[in-house]
Every structure is written in C-alpha cells, then in structure tokens.
Ligand binder design. Structure first.
Ligand code: MN
Length: 499
C-alpha cells in the first residue's frame, strides 16, 4: 500500500505545522533532488524521488528543524549523481551539507552478520558515527521507508535489511525512547523475518479487535462522559491497539495465551498536567473496580527509558478486562518521539543546542543501562565524546577496536595485544591480504596473521603507524632486542641455562 507523497503534500504539511517555514529552501532542496535522481527508478517501479520525499515528510512529522527536513530531500543525492558534499555546502550551507555527509558515511557500515555481540557493537558504532543525533533520526526515516517498500527487493536483501532493522535500528530507537519509530521498525521487519508468525499474530489481533471493538468504544464513551462531569476541560480519550511484534514477544512470555494479555487494546487518556492524571485515575477507580496489582505509577517512577504514564487495569461493566493509560500531552510526545520530542517544532534547533542535549541524553541512557543487569555486559561504555575522528574496526569475532582516523593494521594489531603487534606478519582486511601500511576504514574486519618465530617488529613501521601506543611498543621492542643482543654478547659463551 504505497501512498506516495508529492512535493505539494510535503509543503502543505510544513506550512501548517511550522512557524514561518523557509519554503524557498524546501523547494530548492526538492528541485535539486529531483534533478539529481531524474530517470532513476526504484525496484518498486516508482520514480526515485518518491523515496527522499517520503523520508523528508517523515522528518517533518517528527517535527525536526527545517534543515533536517531539507537534508532529508537531499540525503541520497551524493550517492546517485555527480553532486559532491562541497557542491551542497555552496548551495545549502554548512549545516545541511554536513547532515547529508554524515548520512552518506553511515551507509558504509558493514553488513550484519548475526552474532549477538556483533549486533551490540554495531549499535555502538552506529551511535558513535552519528555524532549528531539528527543523523540518527534521518537514518530512521530512511530505513522506515525502505522497509515500507521492501517488497521490491530480492529475497536475500529483504532478510538482511529486516534483520538489521530489528536488531540494530529498533533497539537504538528504543533506547532513545522513540517507541513509535521502534514499533514501526519492528513490525516492518517482523513481516519479512518470521512471516508465518506475523500472519498468525495478525489473525489473532484482527479477531480480537473485531470482538472487542464495540466494547472498547463503549468504554471510551463512558470515560468521556465521566471526565466531562469533572472540571477537566482539555482531554482526549481514544483506543490504542498493541503492535504486532510487541504482542508476539509478550505472547512468548505468557505461554502463547492471548487471554492473559490485557493490554491488547488499551484506552488512552491524555490530559494537561500531572494533577489531572491522578484525578482521572481516581475517577476510573471509582467507576470500575481495578484489578489488584496492576496499578502502575510510571509518573512517580518513570521507566528506564524515561517513559511516564499511569497504568491501571479494570473490570468493565460486562466483566471484561480493560487497561487504561493516562498521561499528559508532554509525556505522550516523549513516549512517541523520545528525545526527538525536545525539538518538535521549535525554533532553536541549532546543531550545538541539539548536540548538547544529545550528549546529556546519552550519558543518562548509559547510566540507566549500566544499572540494569542484563545490559551490563552489552555496554561497557559508550565513549561518545572521545569517539570523534575515530574509526571502528572489527576483529573476526566481532569485537570492535576504536582507533584514530588513518590507523593501519599495525595499530590495530598493537591495540589488541603487544605480542600480536610484535609477531605480526600480514593482515587480512575484509578477507583480502593487504599491506601493513594501508589506511583502515570504519567497519573493516581485520584478521592479523602472526608468526610466533618472528623476532620482533620492523623499525620501518614507525614511519606509518598512527597511535602512540604502537609507536611506544615498537620502540620498546627494539630497545629490548638490542639489550638482549648486548646481554648475549656479554654473557659467557657457555652460559648457564636458566630454568
Ligand atoms: Mn535513502
């Protein structure tokens, strides 16, 4: 079900949601992209421009600064045409050019290979490489549209893209508190990865929603009337249906028993402030009997990713069970858009402000994750601040070694262990034997080949290694080899063999 966005759709959305948007900028970016992608057709058969339009529209829905929306239109032009980042810088300025540059760079992260540790390292690398969080949002928007149009891809690509989305992108979205995006990434991948289960869960959901639809809308009516009698004026009540992948995971935890899942369809109440949240909870409990042990105050005690709401589950008049979720508008925005909510339709979307918040958020996320036992192993540290100008190289087992830009296989070898450096004879980079002085790139998988009989490092390596660590080790090794040579000279020829 492709509903392709046109430029007019985008412009009218922006006009009605942004304050004094720079429409000339938007149109310029669009014309630029249209020319760059002219005649290019996607595998779905649609003109290429439908893709940047969809990405840009999504970024506008997320409420990001107009520069990001414009960069969304331009995000694939470097790849697709003779346009360079320098051209973009001249025509659109520094900010937009560097956004496009970062997104283009991130395309060259290695493909997913399916090991648990590898996936975690990929997530880390992804976050580190996108040192500007707006780039992460752009990657999400890009990926969401690619998932929507995945049917156009050959089977093996469908699987790869879906896995990557589920195992790399969705958890990152989750950590950033972007549950709306996380849910879409998961459901979009689910259909391709476990199609049988997807169909089964979808079927169950359809039946249940049909069964319960009338009942839920009755409760919504009753709730609206209840609140209307109070002093609360500004509120919304609506039903929300659980997402398929999240239902699938929950079913696994509950012995595949749909009857045990109470939040299949929930009633959501959105109000203006925290006081009203508690007031609504009181009204609901007076009207219906709550299930014991199911009242959760995530306002007083937010979830680790920052989620806030009051949850309660009640017996409705017909004795069926219904969950309520009560939150303020602000909490709602945060629950749907996560850290992106901070900047929704705000003017101060400049990069510095955003990056500051981004770093703060990451530090928070990191602390929260560290305090959770199951994440301890996964995340030793997200050394984001020192990640600038660094590259990320994989060992064949999937561990990541971070090195300065320009680093060589010798730097990599010494970063693993000084003995690996000292005994290094050659290196396989992405399965090909390469010289020891080549420059490595983020995402390379490097396998160092050693010879245990090798005497020590070659002093010529000093001419090209980048890290102080490797330099010191090479010098140390040469000093100690001179020393041992000298010691050998000074020793009596028939020395005592020490044990
Ligand atoms: Mn794209």
């Amino acid at each position: 079900m492709d509903q392709s966005r046109t430029y007019e759709d985008l412009e009218s959305f922006v006009s009605s949601h942004y304050q004094n948007p720079d429409l000339a900028l938007l149109r310029k970016a669009y014309s630029y992209a249209e020319i760059a992608h002219a005649k290019v057709v996607r595998l779905t058969g649609q003109p290429y421009i439908t893709h940047p339009l969809a990405v840009s529209y999504r970024l506008a829905e997320m409420g990001l600064h107009l520069n990001v929306v414009a960069a969304g239109l331009l995000h694939d032009v470097v790849e697709d045409s003779g346009t360079s980042i320098e051209d973009l810088r001249k025509d659109f300025g520094d900010d937009i050019a560097s956004l496009v540059e970062s997104v283009t760079k991130l395309k060259h992260t290695p493909h997913y290979r399916g090991e648990e540790r590898y996936a975690e390292n990929m997530r880390k690398m992804f976050l580190a490489m996108a040192s500007d969080v707006r780039v992460v949002f752009m990657k999400f928007a890009d990926r969401l549209h690619n998932l929507e149009t995945l049917y156009g891809q050959p089977k093996h690509k469908q699987i790869r893209i879906a896995r990557e989305s589920l195992e790399i992108y969705a958890p990152i979205a989750g950590r950033l508190g972007m549950s709306e995006i996380k849910g879409e990434l998961e459901d979009g991948s689910f259909a391709y990865l476990i199609p049988k289960e997807f169909e089964r869960i979808k079927e169950i959901m359809d039946v249940k929603v049909r069964e319960r639809g009338a009942q839920v809308s009755r409760i919504i009516d009753q709730t609206e009337k209840l609140i209307a009698q109070s002093r609360i004026l500004n509120f919304q009540v609506y039903g929300r249906v659980k997402r398929l992948y999240s239902l699938y995971k929950k079913m696994q935890r509950y012995g595949d028993d749909i009857e045990k899942i109470y939040d299949l369809v929930a009633v959501r109440v959105i109000v203006s402030d925290v006081e009203e949240c508690y007031a609504i909870l009181g009204m609901i409990h007076q009207r219906w009997r709550p299930l014991p042990g199911r009242i959760k105050d995530y306002i007083a005690q937010p979830k680790p990713n920052g989620y806030q709401s009051l949850h309660t589950t009640i017996f409705a008049d017909d004795k069926t069970i219904v969950e309520f979720q009560i939150r303020t508008r602000e909490m709602h925005e945060l629950a749907e858009y996560g850290i992106a909510a901070h900047w929704r339709y705000k003017e101060d979307g400049s990069r510095d402000v955003q990056n500051m918040r981004w770093m703060e958020e990451l530090v928070l996320i990191q602390k929260e994750l560290e305090s959770k036992k199951d994440f301890l192993e996964q995340l030793e540290t997200m050394k984001i601040d020192i990640f600038k100008d660094r590259i990320f190289i994989f060992t064949p087992k999937g561990d990541v070694i971070d090195l300065p830009e320009g680093a060589t296989p010798i730097d990599f070898a010494y970063a693993i262990h000084s003995e690996i450096g000292n005994k290094c004879t050659s290196a396989k980079v992405n399965d090909v034997i390469r010289n020891l002085d080549i420059t490595l790139h983020s995402g390379d998988i490097v396998d160092i080949i050693t010879d245990k009989n090798r005497r020590g490092p070659n002093q010529d390596w000093l001419k090209f290694v980048k890290t102080r660590h490797a330099k010191n080790k090479i010098r140390d090794a040469s000093r100690s080899s001179v020393r041992s040579w000298l010691t050998g000279m000074l020793k009596p020829k028939e020395g005592i063999k020490k044990k």
